[in-house]
Design a protein around this ligand. Structure first.
Ligand code: NCD
Ligand code: ZN
Length: 380
């Protein structure tokens, strides 16, 4: 069965992109059969879009009861996700990786087929042995959060020197280094650009280390990654592709799209879009879906993070279609990330239908990305 929600039934004519597995009746939809609601029969025929099962290479699932909701929600849109380790306490040992992975798998509905890919947090003083144990527990990436850069990052390294033994071992064993590339000492809008020098330093000191610069927000960072060697790649989020800083605070303040790194200018967004549309395997999707409950977001001290998991795929389909670049979507969502991490391409497919719907104001106790906005695509 295709994944996704059935929020509105629409008849469909299929467009099939990428290497979609042709399960029974999956990619080509008979419009008559797919209309389940009699009231919709009068509607004009809708287009359907088949996509290979998306991967999400940057996801926050949190802990406890909320994690159950967030994991189930993510599994409706994605086949795999790289789960971030900035929980409290952090995921930073083989034991915590195994326990967290088990908890995530236990949270999923039966037969979801969703696979959590695990990461660990690089903490000052981590040894090569610690690193090898994390790798044995199944981690495919270590996350570098500069101390104080974002949510739950106070314990991160203040310089790469503090995690040099772990980085040596990661280079040796092919574990990917994921970097939150912001210098917390720099002014808030200049933090990403200020950190690029440190990334250069890491690349020089560890010449074989594979690096993903996470959630790019500036034209400079996109150019930096594009001009780097193949072992340097980047994730792009849906919110940095959709919004600018003016959407967040140009009118009234919208804390629900406040995130780290902060949304930037329209010129930056243009550069990020061009990177996503380029078909370069260096740029792939990582949602950075980072839910914070509505009351925390609507408080005097709102934390950064956008809950994009429920809406990222329909919103991206709309963006790529509007820009005439739908052909670039399968590589971005379901090919380049897996190839960079040395994983098999995802199996399975999802199907979207062209069908206007308004995103609810709250999902899972969180205000989701695009809340109240009309989107043109929805899950079949
Ligand atoms: C993330 C979170 O809330 O965990 N917040 C965010 O603004 N993106 C952490 C992160 O990735 O920076
Ligand atoms: Zn994140």
């Amino acid at each position: 069965m295709p994944k996704g929600r059935d929020l509105l039934g629409c008849g469909g004519k299929a467009i099939v992109l990428g290497r979609v597995k042709q399960a029974k009746g999956a990619a080509m939809v008979d419009p008559k059969e797919s209309i389940r609601d009699k009231n919709l029969k009068a509607r004009p025929e809708r287009s359907a879009l088949g996509l290979p099962m998306p991967d999400d290479f940057h996801l926050h699932l949190r802990q406890g009861e909320a994690m159950v909701l967030y994991a189930r929600r993510e599994a409706l849109s994605f086949g795999r996700a790289l789960v971030m380790p900035n929980t409290l306490p952090p995921i930073a040992s083989s034991e915590s990786i195994s326990i967290y992975k088990k908890q995530i798998l236990a949270a999923l509905s039966e037969g979801s087929g969703f696979e959590p890919l695990m990461s660990f947090k690089l903490l000052p003083g981590m040894s090569a042995e610690d690193l090898r144990a994390c790798a044995e527990a199944g981690a495919i990436a270590g996350k570098y959060y500069p101390s104080g850069a974002t949510t739950n990052a106070a314990d991160g390294p203040r310089s790469p020197d503090e995690v040099s033994e772990a980085l040596d071992a990661m280079e040796e064993s092919g574990i990917v280094l994921c970097i939150h590339g912001e210098d917390p000492e720099a002014p808030s809008l200049g933090r990403e650009i200020a950190f690029l020098r440190q990334v250069e330093g890491i690349m020089t000191r560890w010449p074989r280390l594979k690096i993903v610069l996470e959630h790019l927000s500036t034209a400079e960072a996109a150019a930096f990654v594009a001009s780097g060697p193949p072992r340097l790649a980047a994730t792009l989020t849906a919110h940095h592709l959709l919004y600018t800083i003016d959407d967040m605070l140009g009118g009234s303040l919208n804390p629900h799209i406040f995130c780290k790194p902060i949304l930037k200018s329209a010129a930056d967004r243009r550069a990020l879009r061009l990177a996503a549309f380029s078909g370069s395997p260096k740029f792939f999707f990582g949602s950075d879906s980072a839910p914070h409950p509505r009351n925390r977001k609507e408080s005097a001290s709102a934390p950064g993070g956008v809950y994009s998991a429920p809406t990222a795929i329909p919103a991206l389909a709309g963006l790529f279609e509007a820009e005439g670049t739908l052909a670039a979507l399968p590589g971005f969502l379901a090919q380049f990330g897996a190839a960079f991490y040395g994983l098999a391409s995802p199996s399975g497919y999802i199907e979207l239908l062209k069908c206007d719907w308004v995103v609810p104001g709250e999902i899972d106790g969180v205000v989701p990305m695009c809340a109240g906005e009309k989107l043109a695509w929805n899950f079949a």
